[in-house]
Design a protein around this ligand. Structure first.
Ligand code: TXA
Ligand code: MG
Length: 298
């Protein structure tokens, strides 16, 4: 069910859950300082307790309250990209309950670039822990409808229309003076490295391989020749093919990312035997999209 900002802020303060829009995807939020409230997020999503949550704050000053260190790189990146789709991982302050970070000594934190998200944080007066508002391993939601399809009446939803960026934030760790890319996003590692002092990239730690998946079998193909048959949905950019359903995607990565989850949600609802996606170019500006498609692949 849809809710108002005032009611949503009250729910957060009272230890409840609220789904809200950010510029990337919709989040399932709770007061990050309230361990019992955060436990409700894990329960509703069916998320393993080993998977840490991102905390959303309204300003750089607010972020600094919840981390134990604020290195120069954090200041540079936050000034340049916040509010925006960049999550910084830093040593956490003791005020953040362990359940939020899955017991890790570090915290992922960001200032989202969405007026409703910022107003929700400001009006509730607390940092908001929020993963994407979908069940574990399912596709992330980019509209209020996607959230409703996933959770029905189990959660109140703030509707901010379709999200702008369309895929999840870039996650970088600044722990131990090293810059490590943990999850690619539309802000690329190259841009981030340019915005900070030169320090080479480090290998990303293991992430769940299959993630962000539609229910329908999803194939990544090089072109229409690799379609299994004609009776499925083909999502393409360069080369059209013969299939029952065909969706042409924007040819620029920004436009593509903004549409991707919405198209996959829609095709999933149409119950095709398969969804085939033409592989986007193997270029840095497509890296985050390729990452999500590889994880979505069956
Ligand atoms: O765009 C986004 O980031 C969205 C919106 C709602 O802000 N949130 C999101 O949350 O995608 P979630 O829970 O679906 O993904 C969180 C990612 C996970 O891959 C997790 O491993 C990483 O952030 N993460 C969070 N805290 C971390 C930490 N302390 N150390 C390492 N990785 C962390
Ligand atoms: Mg997620």
């Amino acid at each position: 069910m849809l809710t108002s900002l005032a009611r949503a802020a009250e729910l957060i303060r009272d230890g409840g859950l609220v789904a809200f829009p950010t510029e990337t995807v919709y989040g399932l939020g709770a007061n990050a300082l309230d361990a019992a409230a955060v436990a409700k997020i894990f329960a509703l999503k069916g998320r393993p307790s080993t998977s840490p949550l991102i905390v959303h704050v309204a300003s750089i000053d607010m972020a600094r309250r919840y981390v134990a260190e604020w290195p120069r790189e954090a200041e540079e990146l936050a000034r340049r990209y916040w509010p925006g789709p960049l999550t910084l991982v830093l040593p956490k302050s003791p005020e953040i309950p362990d359940i939020v970070t899955a017991g890790l000594p570090t915290l992922g934190i960001r200032v989202p670039a969405h007026p409703i998200a910022l107003q929700l944080i400001e009006q509730s007066g607390v940092p908001i822990a929020a993963p994407s508002a979908n069940r574990f391993t399912h596709l992330s939601p980019t509209t209020a409808d996607h959230v409703r399809e996933e959770f029905g009446d189990a959660v109140e939803i703030l509707d901010g229309g379709p999200t702008q960026v369309g895929i999840e934030s870039t996650v970088v760790s600044l722990v131990g003076g090293k810059l490590t890319l943990l999850r690619p996003g539309m802000i690329s590692l190259g841009e981030i490295e340019k915005a900070t002092s030169p320090e080479g990239p480090h290998p990303a730690p293991g992430m769940h391989e299959r993630h962000y998946s539609p229910r329908t079998r999803l194939l990544l193909v090089d072109g229409p020749k690799q379609l299994p048959d004609r009776n499925g949905a083909y999502v393409w950019c360069n080369e059209a093919g013969l299939s029952s359903r065909s969706i042409r995607m924007p040819s620029d990565p920004t436009g593509y990312a903004a549409r991707l989850y919405s198209v996959l949600h829609q095709l999933d609802d149409e119950h095709w035997p398969w969804i085939a996606v033409e592989s986007p170019p193997d270029k840095p500006e497509w890296a985050a999209i390729l990452d999500r498609l590889r994880r979505a692949r069956s």
